[in-house]
Design a protein around this ligand. Structure first.
Ligand code: NAD
Length: 264
Protein backbone atom coordinates (compact mmCIF):
# COMPACT_ATOMS: atom_id res chain seq x y z
CA UNK A 1 0.00 0.00 0.00
CA UNK A 2 1.17 3.53 -0.76
CA UNK A 3 0.48 6.16 1.80
CA UNK A 4 -1.58 8.86 0.06
CA UNK A 5 -3.30 10.21 3.16
CA UNK A 6 -3.64 14.02 3.11
CA UNK A 7 -3.22 13.97 -0.68
CA UNK A 8 -5.77 15.50 -3.02
CA UNK A 9 -6.12 14.07 -6.52
CA UNK A 10 -8.07 15.17 -9.59
CA UNK A 11 -8.91 12.33 -11.98
CA UNK A 12 -10.45 13.31 -15.32
CA UNK A 13 -12.55 10.75 -17.16
CA UNK A 14 -13.36 9.27 -13.74
CA UNK A 15 -16.88 8.34 -14.76
CA UNK A 16 -15.90 5.16 -16.62
CA UNK A 17 -13.27 2.53 -17.33
CA UNK A 18 -9.66 3.30 -16.51
CA UNK A 19 -10.29 6.71 -14.90
CA UNK A 20 -12.88 5.19 -12.58
CA UNK A 21 -10.49 2.42 -11.46
CA UNK A 22 -7.73 4.98 -10.87
CA UNK A 23 -10.02 7.18 -8.75
CA UNK A 24 -11.09 4.20 -6.63
CA UNK A 25 -7.50 3.00 -6.18
CA UNK A 26 -6.21 6.43 -5.14
CA UNK A 27 -9.10 6.71 -2.66
CA UNK A 28 -8.21 3.26 -1.30
CA UNK A 29 -4.66 4.53 -0.81
CA UNK A 30 -6.10 7.34 1.33
CA UNK A 31 -6.34 10.23 -1.15
CA UNK A 32 -9.28 12.62 -1.43
CA UNK A 33 -10.54 12.50 -5.00
CA UNK A 34 -12.10 14.95 -7.42
CA UNK A 35 -13.98 12.89 -10.01
CA UNK A 36 -14.21 15.00 -13.19
CA UNK A 37 -16.13 13.87 -16.26
CA UNK A 38 -18.31 14.99 -19.15
CA UNK A 39 -20.85 12.58 -17.67
CA UNK A 40 -21.74 14.36 -14.44
CA UNK A 41 -24.05 11.58 -13.29
CA UNK A 42 -21.35 8.89 -13.53
CA UNK A 43 -18.86 11.19 -11.78
CA UNK A 44 -21.43 11.84 -9.04
CA UNK A 45 -22.03 8.12 -8.51
CA UNK A 46 -18.32 7.48 -8.20
CA UNK A 47 -17.85 10.36 -5.75
CA UNK A 48 -20.69 8.91 -3.64
CA UNK A 49 -19.08 5.46 -3.70
CA UNK A 50 -15.88 7.03 -2.38
CA UNK A 51 -17.55 9.14 0.32
CA UNK A 52 -19.50 6.04 1.42
CA UNK A 53 -16.13 4.53 2.35
CA UNK A 54 -15.33 7.63 4.45
CA UNK A 55 -12.87 9.23 2.05
CA UNK A 56 -13.48 12.76 0.87
CA UNK A 57 -14.59 13.14 -2.75
CA UNK A 58 -16.34 15.53 -5.01
CA UNK A 59 -17.72 15.35 -8.54
CA UNK A 60 -17.33 17.96 -11.26
CA UNK A 61 -19.18 17.81 -14.57
CA UNK A 62 -16.89 19.34 -17.15
CA UNK A 63 -15.32 19.07 -20.59
CA UNK A 64 -11.50 18.82 -20.53
CA UNK A 65 -11.27 20.48 -23.94
CA UNK A 66 -12.95 23.70 -22.74
CA UNK A 67 -10.64 26.18 -21.00
CA UNK A 68 -13.36 27.73 -18.82
CA UNK A 69 -14.52 24.28 -17.63
CA UNK A 70 -10.98 23.35 -16.66
CA UNK A 71 -10.54 26.60 -14.70
CA UNK A 72 -13.85 25.98 -12.92
CA UNK A 73 -12.90 22.37 -12.13
CA UNK A 74 -9.64 23.40 -10.47
CA UNK A 75 -11.35 26.22 -8.54
CA UNK A 76 -14.11 23.90 -7.27
CA UNK A 77 -11.54 21.24 -6.37
CA UNK A 78 -9.38 23.71 -4.44
CA UNK A 79 -12.33 25.27 -2.63
CA UNK A 80 -14.02 21.92 -1.92
CA UNK A 81 -11.05 19.79 -0.89
CA UNK A 82 -7.86 21.89 -0.86
CA UNK A 83 -4.69 22.35 -2.94
CA UNK A 84 -4.14 19.69 -5.59
CA UNK A 85 -1.24 17.23 -5.17
CA UNK A 86 -2.04 14.80 -7.99
CA UNK A 87 -3.57 15.17 -11.45
CA UNK A 88 -4.46 12.15 -13.57
CA UNK A 89 -5.48 12.99 -17.15
CA UNK A 90 -7.54 9.96 -18.16
CA UNK A 91 -10.42 11.53 -20.13
CA UNK A 92 -10.10 10.39 -23.70
CA UNK A 93 -11.90 9.65 -26.92
CA UNK A 94 -11.13 8.15 -30.31
CA UNK A 95 -12.35 8.20 -33.90
CA UNK A 96 -12.11 5.32 -36.36
CA UNK A 97 -11.24 4.89 -40.03
CA UNK A 98 -8.28 5.31 -42.32
CA UNK A 99 -6.51 8.61 -41.82
CA UNK A 100 -7.19 9.46 -45.49
CA UNK A 101 -10.91 9.26 -44.70
CA UNK A 102 -10.72 11.34 -41.53
CA UNK A 103 -12.72 14.55 -41.64
CA UNK A 104 -11.24 17.64 -40.04
CA UNK A 105 -13.92 17.23 -37.33
CA UNK A 106 -12.70 13.68 -36.55
CA UNK A 107 -9.12 14.88 -36.42
CA UNK A 108 -10.00 17.83 -34.18
CA UNK A 109 -12.03 15.64 -31.81
CA UNK A 110 -9.00 13.49 -30.99
CA UNK A 111 -6.76 16.51 -30.61
CA UNK A 112 -9.28 18.51 -28.56
CA UNK A 113 -10.03 15.89 -25.92
CA UNK A 114 -6.82 13.83 -25.75
CA UNK A 115 -4.15 16.44 -26.40
CA UNK A 116 -5.65 19.88 -25.70
CA UNK A 117 -7.49 18.47 -22.66
CA UNK A 118 -4.24 17.12 -21.20
CA UNK A 119 -2.53 20.46 -21.90
CA UNK A 120 -5.33 22.57 -20.36
CA UNK A 121 -5.71 20.47 -17.20
CA UNK A 122 -1.95 20.18 -16.65
CA UNK A 123 -1.39 23.90 -17.18
CA UNK A 124 -4.15 24.89 -14.76
CA UNK A 125 -3.24 22.41 -12.01
CA UNK A 126 0.49 23.07 -12.35
CA UNK A 127 0.00 26.73 -11.34
CA UNK A 128 -0.80 25.69 -7.76
CA UNK A 129 1.79 22.89 -7.74
CA UNK A 130 4.51 25.39 -8.76
CA UNK A 131 3.64 27.67 -5.83
CA UNK A 132 3.83 24.72 -3.43
CA UNK A 133 6.89 23.21 -5.15
CA UNK A 134 5.41 19.72 -5.29
CA UNK A 135 3.04 17.62 -7.34
CA UNK A 136 2.61 14.67 -9.66
CA UNK A 137 0.90 14.54 -13.05
CA UNK A 138 0.03 11.28 -14.80
CA UNK A 139 -1.14 11.27 -18.41
CA UNK A 140 -2.98 8.20 -19.65
CA UNK A 141 -1.54 7.89 -23.16
CA UNK A 142 -1.64 4.58 -25.07
CA UNK A 143 0.64 2.08 -26.78
CA UNK A 144 -0.83 3.73 -29.92
CA UNK A 145 1.18 6.77 -28.81
CA UNK A 146 4.37 4.74 -29.35
CA UNK A 147 3.55 2.74 -32.43
CA UNK A 148 1.32 4.10 -35.20
CA UNK A 149 -1.82 2.03 -35.73
CA UNK A 150 -4.05 1.90 -38.82
CA UNK A 151 -7.77 2.70 -38.48
CA UNK A 152 -7.19 4.81 -35.36
CA UNK A 153 -4.69 7.23 -36.86
CA UNK A 154 -6.12 10.47 -35.46
CA UNK A 155 -6.24 8.90 -32.01
CA UNK A 156 -2.68 7.56 -32.33
CA UNK A 157 -1.34 10.95 -33.44
CA UNK A 158 -2.97 12.63 -30.44
CA UNK A 159 -1.44 10.05 -28.07
CA UNK A 160 2.05 10.58 -29.59
CA UNK A 161 1.39 14.22 -28.71
CA UNK A 162 0.46 13.31 -25.14
CA UNK A 163 3.78 11.49 -24.69
CA UNK A 164 5.67 14.46 -26.15
CA UNK A 165 3.83 16.84 -23.84
CA UNK A 166 4.66 14.56 -20.90
CA UNK A 167 8.38 14.90 -21.66
CA UNK A 168 8.15 18.68 -22.09
CA UNK A 169 6.25 19.13 -18.82
CA UNK A 170 8.61 16.77 -16.98
CA UNK A 171 11.57 18.97 -18.02
CA UNK A 172 9.84 22.30 -17.39
CA UNK A 173 8.40 21.35 -14.00
CA UNK A 174 11.28 19.32 -12.54
CA UNK A 175 12.77 22.49 -10.98
CA UNK A 176 9.61 22.69 -8.83
CA UNK A 177 9.85 19.02 -7.80
CA UNK A 178 6.80 18.20 -9.91
CA UNK A 179 7.02 14.80 -11.59
CA UNK A 180 5.19 14.08 -14.85
CA UNK A 181 4.81 10.60 -16.34
CA UNK A 182 2.63 8.84 -18.88
CA UNK A 183 1.07 5.39 -18.61
CA UNK A 184 0.40 3.56 -21.87
CA UNK A 185 -2.37 0.97 -21.61
CA UNK A 186 -2.62 -1.84 -24.13
CA UNK A 187 -5.97 -3.60 -24.56
CA UNK A 188 -8.73 -3.03 -22.02
CA UNK A 189 -12.38 -3.89 -22.52
CA UNK A 190 -14.12 -0.58 -21.78
CA UNK A 191 -16.83 1.36 -23.68
CA UNK A 192 -14.01 2.84 -25.77
CA UNK A 193 -12.89 -0.59 -27.09
CA UNK A 194 -16.47 -1.78 -27.45
CA UNK A 195 -17.10 1.10 -29.88
CA UNK A 196 -13.94 0.25 -31.81
CA UNK A 197 -14.85 -3.47 -32.03
CA UNK A 198 -18.32 -2.55 -33.34
CA UNK A 199 -16.69 -0.37 -35.97
CA UNK A 200 -14.42 -3.29 -37.06
CA UNK A 201 -17.45 -5.59 -37.29
CA UNK A 202 -19.35 -3.10 -39.45
CA UNK A 203 -16.34 -2.38 -41.68
CA UNK A 204 -14.95 -5.86 -42.45
CA UNK A 205 -17.28 -8.58 -43.88
CA UNK A 206 -15.00 -11.30 -42.40
CA UNK A 207 -15.89 -10.01 -38.91
CA UNK A 208 -19.62 -9.56 -39.52
CA UNK A 209 -20.55 -12.75 -37.60
CA UNK A 210 -18.24 -12.09 -34.66
CA UNK A 211 -19.32 -10.42 -31.43
CA UNK A 212 -17.46 -7.23 -30.44
CA UNK A 213 -15.88 -9.05 -27.48
CA UNK A 214 -14.63 -11.88 -29.76
CA UNK A 215 -13.06 -9.30 -32.08
CA UNK A 216 -11.34 -7.73 -29.08
CA UNK A 217 -10.11 -11.07 -27.70
CA UNK A 218 -8.75 -12.21 -31.08
CA UNK A 219 -6.86 -8.97 -31.45
CA UNK A 220 -5.38 -9.33 -27.96
CA UNK A 221 -4.24 -12.91 -28.65
CA UNK A 222 -2.66 -12.01 -31.97
CA UNK A 223 -0.56 -9.08 -30.75
CA UNK A 224 0.07 -9.64 -27.03
CA UNK A 225 2.86 -12.03 -25.92
CA UNK A 226 1.09 -12.68 -22.58
CA UNK A 227 -2.07 -13.43 -24.60
CA UNK A 228 -4.48 -11.80 -22.17
CA UNK A 229 -6.15 -8.38 -21.99
CA UNK A 230 -5.28 -5.80 -19.37
CA UNK A 231 -7.72 -4.45 -16.79
CA UNK A 232 -8.42 -0.92 -15.56
CA UNK A 233 -7.02 -2.09 -12.19
CA UNK A 234 -3.67 -2.96 -13.85
CA UNK A 235 -3.38 0.66 -14.95
CA UNK A 236 -4.52 1.97 -11.54
CA UNK A 237 -1.79 -0.11 -9.83
CA UNK A 238 0.96 1.59 -11.85
CA UNK A 239 -0.57 5.03 -11.33
CA UNK A 240 -0.68 4.47 -7.54
CA UNK A 241 3.02 3.56 -7.60
CA UNK A 242 4.00 6.48 -9.84
CA UNK A 243 2.31 9.08 -7.61
CA UNK A 244 3.85 7.59 -4.47
CA UNK A 245 7.17 8.52 -2.84
CA UNK A 246 8.56 5.15 -4.01
CA UNK A 247 8.68 6.65 -7.51
CA UNK A 248 10.37 9.90 -6.44
CA UNK A 249 13.11 9.58 -9.07
CA UNK A 250 10.86 8.70 -12.00
CA UNK A 251 9.83 11.52 -14.33
CA UNK A 252 9.35 12.02 -18.07
CA UNK A 253 8.66 8.33 -18.69
CA UNK A 254 5.94 6.62 -20.72
CA UNK A 255 5.45 3.13 -19.30
CA UNK A 256 3.50 0.42 -21.12
CA UNK A 257 1.02 -1.86 -19.35
CA UNK A 258 0.22 -4.05 -22.32
CA UNK A 259 1.25 -7.67 -21.80
CA UNK A 260 4.35 -7.05 -23.92
CA UNK A 261 2.54 -5.90 -27.09
CA UNK A 262 4.96 -2.97 -27.56
CA UNK A 263 8.48 -3.20 -26.15
CA UNK A 264 9.77 0.35 -26.43
N1 NAD B 1 -9.48 0.94 -23.25
C1 NAD B 1 -8.28 0.79 -23.77
O1 NAD B 1 -7.94 -0.30 -24.29
C2 NAD B 1 -7.30 1.92 -23.78
C3 NAD B 1 -6.02 1.66 -24.32
C4 NAD B 1 -5.09 2.68 -24.33
C5 NAD B 1 -5.40 3.92 -23.80
N2 NAD B 1 -6.64 4.15 -23.28
C6 NAD B 1 -6.89 5.49 -22.75
O2 NAD B 1 -7.37 5.40 -21.42
C7 NAD B 1 -8.20 6.55 -21.14
C8 NAD B 1 -9.51 6.06 -20.58
O3 NAD B 1 -10.16 5.28 -21.56
P1 NAD B 1 -11.26 4.17 -21.19
O4 NAD B 1 -10.96 2.98 -21.98
O5 NAD B 1 -11.38 4.08 -19.72
O6 NAD B 1 -12.54 4.86 -21.87
P2 NAD B 1 -14.02 5.08 -21.33
O7 NAD B 1 -14.79 5.46 -22.54
O8 NAD B 1 -14.47 3.92 -20.50
O9 NAD B 1 -13.87 6.35 -20.35
C9 NAD B 1 -13.56 7.62 -20.82
C10 NAD B 1 -14.21 8.62 -19.89
O10 NAD B 1 -13.78 9.93 -20.31
C11 NAD B 1 -14.91 10.78 -20.32
N3 NAD B 1 -14.72 11.86 -21.29
C12 NAD B 1 -14.69 11.75 -22.65
N4 NAD B 1 -14.51 12.96 -23.20
C13 NAD B 1 -14.42 13.84 -22.17
C14 NAD B 1 -14.24 15.24 -22.11
N5 NAD B 1 -14.14 15.97 -23.22
N6 NAD B 1 -14.18 15.83 -20.90
C15 NAD B 1 -14.30 15.10 -19.75
N7 NAD B 1 -14.50 13.78 -19.76
C16 NAD B 1 -14.54 13.14 -20.96
C17 NAD B 1 -16.10 9.89 -20.70
O11 NAD B 1 -17.33 10.45 -20.32
C18 NAD B 1 -15.74 8.61 -19.95
O12 NAD B 1 -16.28 8.61 -18.64
C19 NAD B 1 -8.34 7.31 -22.46
O13 NAD B 1 -7.45 8.40 -22.47
C20 NAD B 1 -7.94 6.28 -23.50
O14 NAD B 1 -7.44 6.87 -24.65
C21 NAD B 1 -7.60 3.18 -23.27
Amino acid sequence: MYNLQEQIAIVTGAGSGIGRAIALRLAREGASVVAADLDGKAAGQLAKEITDTENRALAVEMDVSVEKDVERMVKEAREGLGPIDILVNSAGTGTTGLILNHSVEDWEKNMAVNLRGTFLCSREVAKGMILRKKGRIINIASISGKQGEEFIGGYAASKFGVIGLTQVLAKELARYQIRVNAVCPGYIWTPMWENLAKWFRGSFPSLAEKSPVEIFENRVKSVTPLRRPQTPEDIAALVAFLVSEEARNITGQAINVDGGAVMH
